[in-house]
Design a protein around this ligand. Structure first.
Ligand SMILES: NC(=O)c1ccc[n+]([C@@H]2O[C@H](COP(=O)([O-])OP(=O)(O)OC[C@H]3O[C@@H](n4cnc5c(N)ncnc54)[C@H](O)[C@@H]3O)[C@@H](O)[C@H]2O)c1
Ligand SMILES: O=P(O)(O)OC[C@@H](O)[C@@H](O)[C@H](O)[C@H](O)CO
Length: 390
């Protein structure tokens, strides 16, 4: 493999090392990791390779990832700018709330570009429109002239990324254990008319309209995952597979998925059988005991997960608008509201504070982004009142 293309990847964490970098590497890209965590960057700089182990029904397979470099953007901003100026792609997997912090350095890299083809920017986060959000932050930092010619400098494509990468063993170092299944869908249209076309990354499924893919993923994989995590936490169950082995939790997850499946089928014209097959596949994936996926990881950042476009309120709001049932989703919302003061999770502490300091109506407006008058509002207020009582 010549490794003659260059990819800058922000976030050397689980999905960054275990999924995005693996695919870039296998497609002949030299990967430049950018992170702010000293331990990850130091380790990537010291070790010239790490392994990714895929766990499937048919056993395990291990791959070696090499041909990468690593930069700490806290200390070496100019280096990151120079790399972006001469790169083919920028990807990130840092978490939706971090996107705004990446924007200034990416904007400077775009300003410094002299190449005769645009940079491909693809955010790989669990968020509807993550690349659009990143683009918005970047554009706030660009000079007027650059903004006028932005399509010659950079192209921005949203993506939906699906692969379970649990937290890794403390002694694993850089090595990543990951499920075998993957899906990475990226919008194709933003690359129309460019010299090189869409980035040639093996495994990416380019699609004209991403909405059905990202909504199906977020409202099936992540809705069920988070439901299992929050009910599991509430019952003192440590991992997702163990939560799903509990008959009651298992049945609740299935009931919640009936509600989101109803929406997905109605909204996107996906056949009922196809959605049923998808649901079965997802339940099997998240029940995989080999992943040992902790409920705290899957439930992390409850304020984000309880927000308007996210895995519970997104589908529940739409179902309410359509006059369809969303009762089981309210149960997941209740359990998410009960995910408070979890060690290492700042949002869970913030959630506890918000619930203590505000009345239920204010909480719903603030946390769920649902206003009085919306058909979901009164039911959410009841859920919050119940949680506030106990
Ligand atoms: N883990 C999964 O199963 C999975 C699957 C699909 C999508 N995702 C999404 O991928 C994203 C990352 O998730 P993860 O599980 O890899 O999390 P993670 O915590 O393992 O990795 C995030 C990385 O981003 C780094 N980071 C934080 N601020 C940064 C900054 N300003 N600049 C550069 N790097 C920074 C962190 O140091 C960390 O290394 C999230 O949006 C998540 O929803 C995760
Ligand atoms: O990453 P989050 O916090 O949005 O959600 C936690 C998990 O549900 C998520 O990371 C899944 O493992 C992943 O989305 C599977 O593709």
């Amino acid at each position: 493999m010549p490794y003659d293309k260059k990819a800058i990847h922000f976030g050397g964490g689980n999905i960054g090392r275990g999924f995005v970098a693996e695919f870039l590497h296998n497609s002949g890209y030299e990967v430049v990791f950018v992170d702010v965590m000293d331990s990850i960057i130091d380790s990537l700089q010291k070790n010239k390779s790490y392994t990714v182990t895929e766990i499937g029904d048919d056993g395990e397979r291990t791959f070696t990832i090499d041909h990468y470099r690593a930069i700490n953007s806290k200390h070496e901003e100019q280096q990151v700018i120079d790399e972006i100026a001469t790169a083919d792609t920028v990807t990130c997997a840092v978490g939706p709330n971090i996107l705004k912090f990446l924007a200034p350095v990416i904007a400077k890299g775009i300003e410094a570009r002299k190449l005769d083809y645009p940079l491909a920017v693809i955010a790989c986060e669990n968020m509807i429109g993550a690349t659009d959000a990143l683009r918005g932050f970047i554009e706030q930092k660009l000079a007027e002239d650059t903004l006028k010619n932005i399509s010659s400098k950079a192209r921005f494509a949203n993506s939906a990324i699906d692969r379970i990468v649990p937290n890794q063993d403390a002694n694993a170092g850089l090595n990543v254990k990951i499920e075998k299944f993957f899906e990475w869908c990226v919008e194709s249209k933003p690359f129309d008319g460019t010299k090189n076309g869409a980035p040639k990354i093996e495994g990416i499924h380019y699609v004209e309209d991403l909405r059905p893919y990202i909504e199906r993923k977020l409202f099936t994989v992540n809705t069920s995952h988070a439901t299992a995590a929050y009910y599991g936490t509430n019952r003192g169950i440590p991992t997702i597979d163990q939560a799903l082995a509990d008959k009651e939790v298992h049945d609740i997850v299935r009931d919640v998925l009936k509600e989101t499946a109803n929406l997905i089928v109605k909204e996107h014209g996906i056949a009922v059988e196809e959605q049923n097959d998808y649901v079965e596949k997802i339940i099997k994936r998240i029940s995989n005991p080999a992943l040992e996926d902790k409920v705290e990881r899957v439930g992390r950042a409850p304020l984000r997960k309880l927000s308007r476009k996210e895995r519970f309120i997104g589908p529940a709001a739409k179902l309410a608008e359509l006059g369809e049932s969303y009762e089981k989703l309210l149960g997941s919302v209740e359990m998410a509201y009960r995910f408070q003061d979890i060690a290492g999770d700042e949002e869970s502490a913030e959630l506890a504070k918000i619930l203590k300091e505000n009345d239920a109506k204010t909480v719903v407006t603030k946390v769920n982004g649902i206003e009085e008058g919306h058909p979901l509002f009164a039911d959410l207020v009841k859920v919050v009142e119940k949680v506030q009582k106990k």
